[in-house]
Ligand binder design. Structure first.
Ligand SMILES: Nc1ncnc2c1ncn2[C@@H]1O[C@H](COP(=O)(O)OP(=O)(O)OP(=O)(O)O)[C@@H](O)[C@H]1O
Ligand SMILES: [Mg+2]
Length: 222
């Protein structure tokens, strides 16, 4: 059980024209369960593109991704939605919290689509407590600091107890103290929950906190 990348290529633009832009040039590899892997590389090197393909949010032009033995190019979109909701948590640079919902309600959002679990609310509250913001549960996002909002977004990513967390520049919008806090949370989640974490960062210190680093140059892993 793991994530397998098999010759992933991605181009943008129209095939066969000069305008075509081959961004990923054939990436293969494996991310094992329990790994915490950072993706680094220059701006435009394809980090986000690779993360979105691995996490099923985008499709490769050719090649394939297998997650826990499930081939992402074979699964239909309804099944994919369920798979994503149950197995994957996402964290982005901008947290995308819903402004009209409280912190706790935002954390619970992914569980609303899933089967009703009476313990979910307590688990969501325990995450906010673990992240040092239990007293913010009933506040709106606009009443929270950037770092607090990002912690709410991470709690939301964890509320379904996913096997995988995917994060694109999760600290990009934060100062270094809050960035470090987020990375330390990732490390703890990775250790204590065994969650596999894949994150994009351009910060060398944050990248170094991973158990393994992937560096993208010219559409290939070096
Ligand atoms: N939807 C798209 N249509 C066309 N080109 C795209 C699209 N998405 C990405 N690209 C191009 O693919 C290349 C890689 O983009 P990507 O967003 O993966 O880079 P990145 O490494 O995440 O960069 P950054 O560090 O700036 O976020 C860039 O040249 C970008 O312009
Ligand atoms: Mg990017």
């Amino acid at each position: 059980m793991a994530i397998l990348m098999d010759q992933i290529k991605k181009s943008f633009g129209h095939p066969g024209t000069n305008g075509q832009n081959l961004v990923l040039k054939g990436i293969s590899g494996e991310i094992k369960d329990g790994e915490m892997v950072s993706i680094t590389g220059r701006s435009g090197s394809g980090k986000s593109t690779l993360l979105y393909i691995i996490s099923s949010l985008d499709k490769p032009t050719s090649g394939n991704v297998l997650i826990d033995g499930v081939s992402l190019n074979k699964i239909d979109s309804k099944e994919l939605h369920r798979f994503r909701n149950q197995k994957m948590g996402f964290v982005f640079q901008f947290h995308h919290l819903l402004p009209e919902l409280t912190a706790l309600e935002n954390v619970l959002m992914p569980s609303l689509k899933a089967d009703f679990d009476p313990n979910r609310r307590n688990f969501a509250l325990s995450l906010l407590k673990e992240f040092g913001i239990p007293e913010k549960a009933d506040q709106l996002p606009s009443q929270l600091s950037g770092g607090e909002q990002q912690r709410v977004a991470i709690a939301r990513a964890l509320v379904m107890k996913p096997a995988f967390i995917f994060a694109d520049e999760p600290t990009g919008n934060l100062d270094s103290a809050n960035g470090l806090l987020v990375l330390n949370l990732f490390k703890r989640i990775n250790k204590e929950h065994g969650t596999t974490i894949l994150y994009v960062t351009h910060d060398q210190v944050f990248a170094g906190m991973a158990t393994r680093q992937i560096n993208l140059v010219d559409g290939l892993v070096v």
